[in-house]
Design a protein around this ligand. Structure first.
Ligand SMILES: Nc1ncnc2c1ncn2[C@@H]1O[C@H](COP(=O)(O)OP(=O)(O)OP(=O)(O)O)[C@@H](O)[C@H]1O
Length: 296
């Protein structure tokens, strides 16, 4: 067994998951602070199960083997109460559908401050000030007013930004992002990817980005592991994986992408046009786009 790298925030070693049958077969990943680690592979390859295992959120009948350590502390087999103190505080997760992390009937402000009260003991004006600061960080316009609004009053891209704000509420070391842009249209995707990139760098956050979309990986992942049938078949830094894939399965995934491999492999996130990000869209523009979409 190899020793963890000195900067390793989260270390997954020989992880196995069995839910009635073996589904993940001994995978290992090292997540480092400030870096985005992509976990790619087609549907059913075991990406989501891996992320859920980190949070101890697998179904009750699941059997998990191997080791997952957070700054050296073992999470596999940890008691539920101890895990609850880590979940949402030191390790947070966002999902494809931001509604999965947002309560539809509670204003945004309440959802943000609830996290802080439970995990940080922060209340009142201090919690509100931090909630506003978080909404500013994720670039939700008019944060003060946004605190009083409900999830359905925001566009899909803004809802995902709010879900990210909730995830950041307790300043986690690790962020698990499971298909965070899959449900969003391309221009909105770009803004969310840029935000994740900035958060990883600015907050020294270790990000596990789970997606089947290698186009998304090529925009922001520092390194990529490719999963197939519960195993990692290839891992490499972004440029190497996209320019010189070694495994046949990776080549097949790349060949399935629209456009040429080299175009997609551009390593410069600045190529994402900031003007097209959802943060740059005014409230009115978002509303108009939503009305048009509703009319379709
Ligand atoms: N609760 C469960 N019980 C039994 N099998 C499950 C359960 N959850 C997932 N699986 C199976 O585990 C395998 C891996 O699922 P997983 O959700 O991790 O795939 P994935 O790579 O994330 O794909 P997707 O993007 O479609 O979610 C699949 O074959 C799936 O059917």
């Amino acid at each position: 067994m190899t020793a963890s790298t000195p900067t390793s925030a989260l270390s997954i070693r020989d992880l196995t998951i069995d839910i009635g049958r073996p589904l993940v077969h001994g995978i290992s990943l090292e997540l480092e602070a400030g870096r985005i680690h992509g976990l790619a592979g087609e549907s059913g390859s075991g990406k989501t199960l891996t992320a859920l295992a980190v949070l101890g959120l697998l179904p009750r009948q699941a059997r998990t083997g191997g080791s997952i350590t957070l700054a050296g502390e073992e999470l596999v087999g940890m008691r539920r109460r101890a895990l609850n103190r880590i979940r949402g505080k030191r390790i947070a997760m966002i999902f494809q559908d931001p509604s999965a992390s947002l309560h539809p009937q509670l204003p945004i402000g309440r959802q943000l401050t609830d996290h802080m009260r439970v995990h940080l003991g922060l209340r009142g004006e201090a919690a509100k000030a931090r909630a506003i600061e978080l909404l500013e960080t994720v670039q939700v316009p008019n944060p003060d007013a946004a605190l009083k609004r409900y999830p359905h009053q925001f566009s899909g891209g803004q809802r995902q930004r709010i879900a990210i704000a909730c995830a950041l509420a307790c300043d986690p070391e690790v962020l698990l992002a499971d298909e965070p842009t899959t449900a969003l249209d391309v221009t909105v995707q770009a803004g969310i990817l840029r935000l994740l990139r900035d958060l990883a760098t600015d907050r020294n956050l270790a990000v596990l980005l789970v997606t089947h979309d290698l186009g998304v990986m090529s925009a922001i992942a520092d390194e990529v592991a490719v999963m197939k049938n519960g195993q990692i078949v290839e891992r490499a830094d972004r440029a190497t994986l996209f320019h010189d894939p070694q495994h046949e399965y990776t080549r097949t995934l790349l060949a399935a992408l629209p456009g040429s491999k080299l175009e997609i492999a551009s390593p410069d996130p600045a190529l994402i046009d900031p003007v097209m990000s959802d943060a740059a869209l005014s409230d009115a523009a978002v509303k108009k786009a939503e009305e048009e979409a509703a009319d379709e």
